[in-house]
Design a protein around this ligand. Structure first.
Ligand SMILES: NC(=O)c1ccc[n+]([C@@H]2O[C@H](COP(=O)([O-])OP(=O)(O)OC[C@H]3O[C@@H](n4cnc5c(N)ncnc54)[C@H](O)[C@@H]3O)[C@@H](O)[C@H]2O)c1
Length: 277
């Protein structure tokens, strides 16, 4: 089979490889001939080139995990995440602060042609309403400074953590895209529609199944982890050329349906809580 995506023999890192989208991404990359290095705080049974136990809430664990992989890294897939049923600061650390710290450790191992894809969420769609706040947060320097900022803004801004963490994946991806392309490195993120993974139970519990179901329109079903993996693998592939700084919906048309008034957001808006997925 021709290697049109360009993964054969490439060294890639996948966080969150224990379950859901991260596991599906690691499997797809293995099938494409990549040398896959997995990171998670729960063990993986996949036939990876290496697995390292890393807790994204702990900067020392992140640094040791990336150092254990070492060498040249061609692509990074930031798939790990926590839902809003966890403590807000844990959600902030795993979904953004740890994700950013890990990416900063991996970047010196990347050269021109390197690519990074992270999973954001429609839960972070509020970003465009408060870019100055997001920019203040994403430009904090280092893990500890970001934690300090988040702790100081927990009541007024962070709240349950999930929406704000995902807003910052979106804003930081766009911000970094303009920097990293100067080194020939691309960075993008995805906006998945509701996806049948172990995290879905928490979304149903915290936001309500009707709210989550509303975000599954117009397709009328939840996506699969494999469908989400395809979007991520496409973004980091050789085929994606100069696709950079992009917030890429992998949602069967949800964002287009919202923009053109064809998806009824009233069910989601009736709830005080933001869209879960
Ligand atoms: N499922 C959905 O509908 C949906 C929708 C939008 C976005 N997302 C996002 O997709 C990403 C993947 O989630 P999923 O749905 O596959 O759920 P999942 O629970 O199956 O996967 C999350 C992974 O993150 C890992 N993880 C959690 N905390 C960690 C930590 N402290 N250190 C290291 N690894 C940790 C878990 O072990 C797991 O492997 C998350 O960022 C999530 O927010 C999910």
């Amino acid at each position: 089979m021709s290697d049109i995506l360009g993964y054969n023999g490439k060294r890639v890192i996948v966080t969150g490889c224990f379950s859901g989208m991260g596991e599906a991404t690691a499997k797809l990359l293995l099938s494409l001939g990549a040398e896959v290095h997995g990171l998670d705080y729960k063990p993986s049974t996949l036939p990876l080139a290496s697995f390292t136990n890393v807790d994204l809430r702990d900067p020392g664990s992140i640094e040791a995990g990336v150092a254990a992989i070492g060498g040249k890294v061609d692509a990074l897939f930031n798939c790990a995440g926590l839902p809003q049923s966890f403590p807000a600061m844990d959600v902030m650390k795993v979904n953004f602060i740890g994700l950013r710290h890990l990416t900063e450790q991996v970047l010196p191992l990347m050269g021109p042609g390197g690519a990074i894809a992270s999973i954001a969420s429609t839960g972070g769609l509020g970003w465009s309403r408060r870019i100055p706040t997001n920019m203040e947060f994403v430009t904090t320097k280092g893990f500890a400074a970001a934690v300090e900022w988040a702790e100081a803004h927990q009541e007024d801004t962070i709240k349950e953590g999930y929406s704000f963490s995902k807003e910052n994946v979106i804003v930081w991806t766009q911000y970094m895209g303009a920097h990293l392309i100067k080194q020939g490195i691309r960075i993008n993120c995805t906006l998945p529609s509701p996806t049948q993974t172990p995290m879905m139970a928490a979304f149903h519990e915290t936001s309500g199944k009707d709210v989550v179901d509303a975000a599954a329109e117009p397709m009328g079903r939840y996506s699969t982890p494999e469908e989400q993996a395809s979007g991520l693998v496409l973004l980091n592939s050789a085929l994606a050329g100069i696709v950079n700084g992009v917030v890429f919906p992998v949602d069967g048309g949800f964002m287009g349906g919202v923009a053109t008034g064809q998806v009824d957001l009233s069910k989601m808006m009736r709830r005080a809580a933001p869209a879960a997925a």
